[in-house]
Design a protein around this ligand. Structure first.
Ligand code: IVH
Length: 667
């Protein structure tokens, strides 16, 4: 085939494919089978492979995803993407109408009613009808360039259809996942042991903000327009006519949108959808009422964060009743025993709920929730299902109050109260060990790819590991005895475990799973103390000197670090060769250790410590032979005496400041 012939066929194919795309995704009315579509697509892809110079950015083949990005570029929105004011009652909607009419000095305003789609807001820039940039809303002023990812969304035209093509138009709208596709995605993730998305919004946002657009391409995303940004060479009279044009350009426009000739009609639209929201196939968390006439928008203007021409009515969180078929106890990584209600499944705000955490025994007591009760359920912040009350009228009298277990439901070991929380105090409890192994393997800790729930169950139940340290003594032979682990995966897992020995100290610290020590705190501790030994000898006061650590956290950390079990684990990990020291910053003080005693006049001890670290030095809390300099301020403590006894180098504040180049002269 000559290049000219190829060009002609490619153009034909692109037109045909986009036409069928449109029929399938926008009109929901396909004309050809999936196989026929695939055949056309493959023919186009093959031709483009033969003639790569003929590939254009608007070709349907460009929807399948490009090479992974390392990060997204920032996009500045010339016209900011504002948010919307919220209303929760009819009165608030009527008050909005009154403000609008007063401000416009007119008795009568026409509105346009739309659903408030619950996905990710994006802006699509078309130049001469070709999609050139797609960006997220971000903070409204700057977002991220996610063009490659948005190109994979079949309801986003790569090229606008029809005649009326302006030189520039930015179409704004929502990218979202259909409710049924969301459920399927989560089922698949569950089967593969991947974390579930809390709701369709997170799923859509997570899919669009994927660095690898091939992953985005696998997610079933949709787009519907609701507004515009920059627009040149074309104008519209109403929101209604703008959306009609969008439809002609090839977008899928929400078919439920409706014009209302008064605010009362708009309220009917709201009332209807409050009742019928569950019939929608896409996620919506409310209704948006907009002044229809665009010339009024200008006159009404914006507040700091939202336009005055629109208001969002938020759907009330759905409440449903269901029966508690059982109450079970779950043991977490830190030994906390949590009561969980097992429910007869109900669909709540679009997702099936079959269990709800009851948090702790105080809450159980407060609600007086019992096995067999009919309870009212709500989603807190649309995410976590919560029991909000018990229907006492439906009690039969047979329901028994829930008693906290005396023994751990997993290991049978003793339990202890810690405020409202009941804890299993047996640190070798398999539930705790399993939780700890998963935490240890998690991305922020040791990042051991391939060590998921199923394998952890096998390792613990088969007595192959009794602590995270045992992971490092597992041999290939050990791994090959595990069910469902083929040789290749076993080898990979073995390698991943061994590689994880090289993780920096703060991640080891985080991985220990000390209560209240999240990643940030672990980082702060590692930076402040520089090594495990220093941290182990720290007092409560030393700990509270670290930014972000309060009294309670300090107490918890000390208690955890003093336990025999943790000591033993740290020793084992040290022997195995995990990092127990913060990597030192390069600088003039590299290799030198400082101790501070007494108060300094020009800065706090914590600041002085940070200064030393920023220059590559280390700060110790106790005087020993390994210390290079002891800096002595006003009213020094016993450390001064000890330093003198050991014959260490002693600096006063001025000498210290000279050394770090911070004396008055140089300041
Ligand atoms: S109009 C200038 N219409 O709601 C504001 N927004 O709170 C233009 N949203 O970030 C927004 N459905 O993600 C508009 N039919 C709709 C909408 C809608 C959902 C979202 C959008 C925006 C947020 C504002």
């Amino acid at each position: 085939m000559t290049k000219e012939e190829a060009q002609k066929r490619i153009e034909e194919l692109r037109k045909t494919i986009e036409y069928h795309n449109y029929r399938y995704y926008v009109l929901d009315s396909p004309e050809i089978s999936d196989e026929e579509y695939d055949k056309l697509f493959r023919e186009l892809a093959n031709l483009e492979k033969q003639f790569p110079e003929l590939v254009t950015p608007d070709s349907p083949t460009q929807r399948v995803g490009a090479l992974p990005a390392t990060e997204f570029a920032t996009v500045t929105h010339e016209i900011p993407m504002l948010s919307l004011d919220n209303a929760f009652t009819d009165e608030e909607i009527r008050a909005f109408d009154e403000r609008v009419r007063n401000s416009l000095k007119t008795d009568h305003v026409e509105y346009f009613c739309e659903h408030k789609l619950d996905g990710l807001a994006v802006s699509l820039r078309y130049e001469n009808g070709i999609l050139v940039k797609g960006s997220t809303r971000g903070n409204g002023y700057t977002g991220e360039d996610v063009t490659q990812n948005l190109k994979t969304v079949r309801t986003i035209p790569l090229k606008l259809k029809g005649e009326n093509i302006p030189p520039v138009v930015e179409i704004r709208g929502e990218t979202f996942m259909m409710l049924k596709d969301f459920e399927v995605l989560n089922e698949q993730r569950q089967a593969m042991g991947q974390p579930l998305f809390a709701n369709p919004r997170n799923a859509a946002a997570g899919s669009i903000r994927q660095l690898d657009s091939k992953i985005t391409a696998q997610r079933k995303l949709y787009f519907m327009p609701y507004g515009f940004g920059v627009i040149q060479g074309i104008s519209f009279e109403t929101q209604e006519s703008f959306l009609k044009q969008c439809s002609e350009w090839g977008f899928r426009v929400n078919e439920h949108n409706k014009k209302a000739s008064s605010i009362e009609e708009a309220l009917s639209f709201i009332h209807y959808w409050v009742e019928h929201r569950l019939e929608l196939s896409f996620p919506a968390d409310g209704v948006v009422i907009k002044v229809n006439k665009l010339s009024y928008w200008q006159a009404l203007g914006n507040t700091a964060h939202a336009p005055r021409y629109a208001i969002a009515f938020k759907f009330p969180a759905e409440e449903k009743k269901t029966k508690v078929s059982d109450i079970i106890f779950q043991v977490g990584r830190t030994g906390i025993i949590t009561p969980v209600a097992i429910l007869e499944p109900v669909v709540l705000d679009g997702a099936t709920v079959s269990r709800a955490t009851l948090h702790n025994f105080d809450i159980v007591k407060q609600l007086d929730i019992r096995k067999g009760d009919v309870v009212r359920l709500k989603r807190a912040g649309m995410v976590i299902p919560e029991v909000v009350g018990v229907d006492m009228d439906l009690r039969t009298g047979k329901e028994q109050p829930l008693l906290p277990p005396n023994r751990c439901p997993v290991c049978g070991g003793p339990t202890e109260w810690d405020g409202a929380y009941l804890k299993c105090v047996n640190i070798t409890c398999p539930a705790q060990l399993k939780g700890h192994l998963l935490h240890w393997a998690s991305r922020d800790a040791m990042d051991i790819d391939g060590l998921g729930e199923t394998l952890v169950d096998y390792l613990v139940d088969g007595n192959l590991v009794t602590s995270v340290a045992d992971l490092y003594t597992l041999t290939m032979q050990d791994l090959l005895t595990l069910p469902r682990l083929a040789e290749k995966s076993a080898a990979k897992l073995y390698q991943n475990i061994q590689h994880s020995k090289d993780r920096p100290f703060f991640r080891v610290l985080y991985g220990l799973g000390i209560p209240r020590v999240g990643l940030k705190t672990a980082q702060a501790l590692a930076e402040h103390f520089g090594s495990m030994d220093e941290l182990l000898s720290a007092t409560e006061d030393d700990l509270t000197a670290v930014e972000g650590i309060g009294q309670e956290t300090a107490e918890t950390i000390i208690k955890a670090l003093q336990s025999d079990q943790v000591h033993k684990l740290i020793d084992k990990l040290k022997t195995i060769g995990l990092r127990m020291e913060q990597e030192q910053t390069e600088g003039p003080l590299k290799g030198l250790t400082f101790v501070f005693t007494g108060s300094l006049s020009s800065m706090s001890r914590a600041e002085a410590g940070q200064l030393v670290q920023s220059l590559g030095g280390k700060v110790a809390s106790n005087v020993s032979k390994t210390v290079d300099y002891v800096v002595v301020g006003e009213d020094p403590g016993s450390k001064f005496d000890k330093a003198q006894k050991l014959g260490l180098n002693i600096l006063d504040e001025k000498a210290f400041l000279d050394m770090v180049g911070k004396n008055e002269k140089s300041m």
